[in-house]
Design a protein around this ligand. Structure first.
Ligand SMILES: Cc1cc2nc3c(=O)[nH]c(=O)nc-3n(C[C@H](O)[C@H](O)[C@H](O)COP(=O)(O)O)c2cc1C
Length: 175
């Protein structure tokens, strides 16, 4: 069965991006969805000297193996000051030291959300631009603005019909 790896590039155990990713993954029929918490792959902050002294941590290899086992990937990006969360950036940095093929030609759906009107669109655009240089086959990107108004946390669903349709159209491009 097709295996989809879904996770939030977030620092938070109550990540709104995780709820969005979970909803997106729930809309896929006939696939096996695997989720992960990037904090299970938390490593010391990347430093050149650290890499010289100790090499690349096993956790970076473990994360890359999870990517390798997937047929497709959904990532939901928290936006911190317009950029990746530090947790994701550090994971990405270590993985990129193994090699540039971080995403291993996997089809990807990139999502983002925030409670503001920008919907974390800046970090989404960043990832959409960067990931093809790291082996990512970015099939679609979706940003949900005004999370508190357009997502119902109780049901775990988007309530805005236009946005819901947009997400479904993005998902249709993934597989
Ligand atoms: C350090 C920091 C910087 C932030 N910067 C932004 C930002 O640039 N744009 C934005 O829309 N929200 C920003 N936020 C608010 C986040 O979007 C909000 O915390 C959101 O819940 C993060 O997603 P998550 O819940 O999936 O981690 C920031 C939050 C923090 C803690």
């Amino acid at each position: 069965m097709t295996k989809v790896l879904a996770f939030a590039a977030s620092n938070s155990s109550i990540s709104i991006n995780r709820t969005l990713v979970d909803y997106a993954a729930s809309l896929l029929d006939g696939v096996e969805v695997e989720t992960l918490d990037i904090h299970d792959y938390e490593m010391p902050i990347y430093r050149h000297d650290r890499e010289e002294e100790s090499g690349i941590p096993q956790l970076a290899h473990d994360f890359l193996a999870r990517v390798g086992e997937a047929d497709a990937i959904i990532i939901g990006f928290a936006e911190h000051n317009g950029l990746y969360s530090a947790a994701f950036k550090n994971l990405f940095d270590w993985c990129s030291r193994v090699g540039r093929d971080v995403f291993q030609s996997k089809p990807m759906l990139l999502t983002s959300t925030s409670t503001g009107p920008g919907g974390a669109g800046r970090v989404l655009a960043l990832a959409e631009t960067a990931f093809p240089h790291f082996g990512g086959e970015v099939k679609a990107a979706f940003s949900l603005d005004l999370y508190d108004q357009k997502f119902d946390a109780a049901s775990g669903k988007i309530t805005d019909p236009d946005k819901d349709a947009e997400l479904k159209a993005a998902l249709a491009k993934l597989l």
